[in-house]
Design a protein around this ligand. Structure first.
Ligand code: UN1
Length: 517
């Protein structure tokens, strides 16, 4: 396959890198990377051992003070060069992401673009690590805040965005002066290796030491666990399920480490009686079937006003009927496979639960067989008519299943349904009515970290802070002021006067020996 050669990937590779150097991989156990697109095993990756972990961490500890000492705009320059190199490799890397995860090529390319965008963003942000200056209540005192690099940041990413989520975290951490240790999902290790090889050239070219951007591919129970309990790591940024996030929060919390949690979503889109359906229908379909429903921002619940419910249902059934499912590398196909057999099992179980709990499958619900490939990971995009109280509707099922739910009455009823689930990542409203839109955006509106108007729930731009509330974990990544979580915040009070007034007017007088007599 040409794209593997273009990315300098081999049949068997080490899964451990300190940035510029790969650790010897003899005698290590292997992960076999196979593609859900055609079922082919296309690479073997040697997993990191506990000794490899220690080596990587030792290099990261040495690198941190060196990297921290570079002025932030100089760190931004390295990130700029990474962005340029990613541009050169956009096509083969996007193709690999598509092949390894099963997402359509357009989305694979979009994912690489997301990293390029965050690199560009970080070049500017590197010159804007602002602290606030405020006024002191004491005379001749100055009060201000500053931000310092934090240390070693662990980045644990999921299979569905094997490159972009690393980018949001690692590029921001890099300009903040942190060094990063990345543990990608074992379900998408090859994309991570490809990225590591791309950035290694930039690090070498600039004569940078080992340990600035490290990679550790290994098991959750060995490498993953170590990252959580290691006091040398002040911040763990974790993307994954709510259940795993709870474990991460507890393990890192016990040692009072910081976390950025980007966990599951159960995202709703509201279509009111004032919606422009020409915008809403394609937004729903992309939101529900994009990445085969395996985004944390996927549209899972569609809340439709009774007055346009039948119309929306008819349009959606027609749109779903026109979708093409198959090899995601072919442009004509809208949806590729799920990531693996386990994901297909979860899909099948959810379809059964929908029916058992009283729902109706309006479209799909089946596993696709007899495609031209040996892969067994293709399923039908599925549309189900349900009621919002079904237990299955309250869960995030990482599959292309869209729940159609009718609501009656005013916008507050739709907002109540939007907010009734445990997760709080993304939400959207389609309406042309000012009052409805502003109510949705108000304090009594959507309780999610992302609230969109007349666009879908997924596909966020990098410039905003990305993350959600409630069981989504509360973390924020990517743009806006998310960088602050990757830095050590310090409040400074400077006395430039000749007396020592205490805050709150407290008097504390010491008379020294000589003064008493
Ligand atoms: C994820 O699914 O973990 O907003 C991230 C989006 C993408 C990122 C999704 N930019 O859909």
């Amino acid at each position: 396959m040409n794209f593997l050669d273009a990315l300098y990937l081999e049949k068997t590779m080490s899964g451990t890198s300190t940035g510029t150097k790969w650790l010897a991989h003899k005698g290590r156990r292997k992960i076999i990377a196979s593609s859900p697109v055609d079922g082919e095993a296309f690479a073997g990756i040697h997993k990191a051992t506990p000794a490899d972990y220690e080596h990587v961490m030792a290099q990261a500890e040495v690198a941190f003070p060196l990297w921290r000492a570079l002025p932030a705009p100089k760190r931004g320059e390295i990130v700029r060069q990474i962005g340029l190199r990613l541009r050169d490799f956009k096509l083969p890397l996007g193709t690999l992401i598509s092949y390894e995860t099963g997402k359509p090529l357009q989305e694979g390319l979009g994912e690489v673009q997301e990293v390029i965008d965050i690199c560009d963003y970080c070049v500017g942000q590197a010159r804007m690590l602002y602290g606030m200056t405020t006024v002191s209540e004491r005379p001749d005192h100055r009060l201000f805040e500053q931000y310092h690099p934090l240390g070693i940041v662990a980045i644990i990413t999921a299979f569905n965005f094997p490159v972009a989520v690393w980018g949001w975290n690692a590029m921001i951490a890099a300009i903040c002066g942190d060094v990063t240790v990345w543990k990608p999902s074992s379900k998408a290790p090859v994309s991570a290796i490809a990225v590591q090889k791309i950035i290694a050239r930039v690090l070498e070219h600039n004569g940078l030491p080992e340990g600035i951007f490290s990679l550790l591919i290994g098991d959750r129970n060995t490498i993953g666990e170590k990252l959580l309990i290691d006091r040398r790591i002040p911040l763990v940024s974790f993307t994954g399920s709510v259940d795993s996030g709870r474990i991460v929060a507890q393990k890192v919390g016990v040692r009072l480490g910081k976390t950025i949690l980007e966990l599951g979503g159960n995202n709703a889109m509201i279509i009111t009686e004032h919606a422009d359906l020409r915008l809403a229908i394609p937004a729903v379909v992309f939101g529900a079937v994009g990445t085969a429903g395996q985004r944390c921002t996927t549209t899972r619940r569609l809340l439709v006003h009774g007055s346009c419910y039948d119309d929306v249902k008819k349009h959606l059934c027609r749109a779903y009927g026109s979708l093409k499912i198959g090899n995601p590398l072919l442009e004509a196909n809208h949806m590729g496979p799920l990531i693996d057999k386990d994901a297909v099992k979860v899909f099948r179980k959810a379809v059964k639960a929908i029916i058992n709990q009283g729902g109706t499958i309006l479209f799909g619900g089946n596993i696709l067989k007899n495609l031209e490939y040996s892969s067994v990971c293709y399923v039908e995009p599925t549309l189900a008519e349900v009621e919002s109280h079904y237990p299955i509707v309250r869960k995030e099922t990482f599959a292309p299943i869209l729940y159609l739910i009718r609501y009656e009455g005013g916008i507050e009823n739709a907002i109540a349904l939007n907010n009734q689930v445990d997760q709080g990542l993304a939400s959207a409203i389609f309406s042309t009515n000012h009052n409805q839109i502003e109510t949705f955006l108000s304090a009594r509106g959507s309780d999610c970290g992302i609230a969109n108007v007349n666009i879908g729930t997924s596909g966020a731009e990098i410039g905003g802070a990305f993350g959600g509330e409630k069981d989504t974990g509360g973390g924020r990544e990517s743009g806006s002021d998310s960088w602050k979580a990757y830095m050590r915040r310090q409040t400074v009070t400077v006395n430039y006067g000749s007396s020592l007034p205490l805050a709150q007017g407290i008097k504390f007088v010491i008379q020294e020996e000589g003064e008493r007599s």
